[in-house]
Ligand binder design. Structure first.
Ligand code: FAD
Length: 432
């Protein structure tokens, strides 16, 4: 039986472990942390009323995440029960912003999106027409563009209001990279899958899916139970320190394996691969590409509010700019979470926690929520790679049974759960 080591139990590593187990391999998972899930995990907050399970950062899934949603279903976490589905919408507190009308919510894609554009409050015919024209142009072009373009360059002819109300928030939430730096080609691929691709089950590709339970319960914990029930070993608190080539395969901290799936962040993988570089050119090339990646942070400010969000919304887009860093706010109570808890999300954020927190509190005053009591600000400094034009991402397959599985390896998607899961499933199912 093929012995497969999976190093790292984020969503990519867990997906790889499941696929390798399904393919009949004997799988051992090594995870450095005590909690599974990596950058999409449950976090315990200390609050005056006791510990509170939240996420390391608010995550949004969409209906087009067919690999992730299909995997969750197979592992016993039915997406319909653990996720809150909303038709495509980016509503602002003042009632403006794109939202799919209720009567069009079940229309097939892309008619639902066209209905949303046609009825967007606050947009005139010029805004609606130019976005429709641009969308059709992207579709007729097969969602391909000059790979050197940024999103801002791609959208240069769109009216400012469309850019500010839709393109900028969509770009930063999907690519975690500001529109003037983000890759237009990757952005178009996300639009293609969201607006024209099939969704999971009853959902359209663009359906927004917000977790109703802590992230650990969506996939990491069901995956651990599923793997252990099938004889796979899952070690937490086990940071792998060495990877060596042997006559018959690989030694992971001295333990022999036929295949090794490195599901660790770029820096950790590079550290494991560096000693191999002299005799294994693929590892040297891989390490050089991984070390050249740049990263963007995401900050989440968790705060207790005295009033719910305007319009009883589960999620609102926020006007952001200098001194107003948050792009979105989520009402965790409206998502089945703790009462009065809000999560403000600052994508592509800086790392100065105090400054950011103070700015978010000032920004939140406009929402009329009463005084906010900040519980914690979580800053994930290396949340995602910066998704810039013509980025060279390292490959998944290095040869000799050695693979990298992660959201940052070469692929069409930005750093997302779906990119991580797809990569993990593909490499896990292989036997080479
Ligand atoms: C705040 C935040 C918000 C996000 N929002 C969204 C969103 O809304 N939608 C979306 O699709 N994506 C979102 N993402 C991106 C998404 O979380 C990632 O793309 C995904 O989780 C990456 O998974 P991964 O398995 O590739 O890597 P990771 O999750 O980084 O997993 C790597 C694992 O390797 C472990 N490890 C490291 N070194 C070792 C070692 N030596 N030995 C053993 N284990 C080791 C780590 O502990 C970790 O568990 C967000 C990310 C963040 C941080």
């Amino acid at each position: 039986m093929t012995r497969t080591a999976v190093v790292g139990a984020g969503w990519a590593g867990l997906a790889a472990a499941v696929a390798a187990t399904e393919a009949g391999q004997h799988v051992t998972v090594f995870e450095a942390a005590r909690t599974l899930g990596g950058r999409a995990r449950t976090l315990m907050l200390d609050t005056p009323t006791g510990p509170l399970a939240v996420d390391n950062g608010q995550h949004i899934l969409i209906g087009a995440y067919t690999a992730t949603l299909g995997l969750m279903a197979r592992l016993g976490a039915p997406p319909e029960t653990v996720l809150h589905a909303l038709p495509l919408a980016l509503p602002f507190a003042n009632g403006t912003g794109l939202r799919t009308p209720t009567w069009a919510a079940r229309w097939p894609a892309p008619l639902d999106a066209l209905a949303a554009i046609a009825t967007t409050p606050g947009w005139g015919w010029r805004e609606k027409l130019s976005l429709t024209k641009a969308s059709l142009g992207w579709q007729f072009g097969g969602f391909h563009c000059d790979p050197q373009l940024t999103v801002a360059q791609l959208c240069v002819r769109l009216p400012t209001q469309v850019f500010q109300d839709l393109i900028e928030p969509l770009c930063v939430s999907a690519l975690n990279t500001a529109a003037h730096q983000a890759s237009a080609q990757v952005f178009l691929r996300v639009l293609k899958d969201a607006l024209f691709g099939a969704g999971h089950g009853p959902w359209n590709g663009a359906t927004l899916l917000l977790p109703r339970v802590p992230l650990g319960q969506l996939l990491p914990e069901p995956a651990q139970r599923w793997l252990q029930a099938r004889g796979a070993q899952v070690h937490t608190g086990r940071r792998v320190g060495t990877l060596l080539a042997s006559a018959s395969g690989w030694l992971v901290d001295g333990e022999p394996f036929d295949r090794v799936l490195l599901a660790t962040p770029p820096g950790a993988s590079a550290r494991l691969l560096e000693p191999l570089a002299q005799h294994f050119p693929a590892a040297a090339a891989w390490t050089a590409q991984a070390q050249a990646l740049r990263f963007e942070a995401i900050a989440t400010v968790y705060a207790l509010a005295q009033r719910p969000l305007p319009q009883g919304a589960a999620m609102l887009a926020l006007r952001h700019g200098p001194g107003a860093p948050a792009q979105f706010v989520f009402d965790k109570a409206a998502l089945g979470g703790p009462k009065d808890l809000l999560a403000f999300v600052v994508s592509a954020s800086g790392n100065d926690r105090e400054r950011l927190q103070a700015d978010v509190l000032t920004q939140a005053q406009a929402l009329g929520l009463g005084p906010l009591n900040v519980l914690q600000t979580v800053v994930e400094k290396r949340a995602t790679f910066a998704c810039t034009p013509q980025l060279q991402r390292p490959p998944s397959h290095m040869g000799n049974g050695l693979w990298a599985v992660a959201d940052f390896v070469a692929g069409p998607y930005p750093a997302t759960l779906e990119g991580a899961v797809r990569c993990g499933l593909a490499a896990g199912a292989r036997s080479d």
